[in-house]
Write a new protein. Structure first.
Length: 133
């Protein structure tokens, strides 16, 4: 019954549109100009993102995120939705935030442990070069 009413309503709407077609779109040239501008700006942004400097900045940002144990989308865990809390298997949003802080602290400590020996090795190498070795 309900489907039949919906079908009748849609049929009436179609008949009305066929009997009284909408007027042509009057801002077509403006729309086309804006689309061309959007395409030009998109191309400009893509080209700017491919420069060596932009790639270096992106890599540095990725390294900083990795150092903190972060992945793309990490900020969603700062204010998680009930669905995300459930998906992650935590009892509430505060538990998610605590887990994120712990994970970040552990990642940072791991990074510090990895970088300290490298810095010591580099320092020794520099000392050895200074001694004429």
């Amino acid at each position: 019954m309900r489907l039949q009413r919906e079908q009748e309503r849609q049929r009436a709407e179609l008949d009305d549109l066929l009997a009284h077609p909408p007027a042509p779109f009057e801002q077509r040239s403006e729309l086309e100009a804006k689309q061309a501008e959007l395409s030009a700006l998109t191309l400009e942004l893509r080209m700017a993102a491919e420069t060596p400097e932009a790639k270096a900045r992106a890599e540095a940002a990725n390294q900083r995120m990795k150092m903190r144990g972060r992945e793309p989308g990490w900020s969603l865990t700062l204010n998680p939705t009930p669905a995300l809390v459930e998906e992650l298997g935590y009892p509430n949003a505060d538990a998610v935030r605590r887990a994120v802080r712990i994970r970040e602290r552990m990642a940072l400590e791991h990074h510090q442990r990895e970088i300290t020996p490298r810095n010591q090795d580099r320092s020794r190498d520099e000392d050895d070069r200074g001694l004429g070795h």
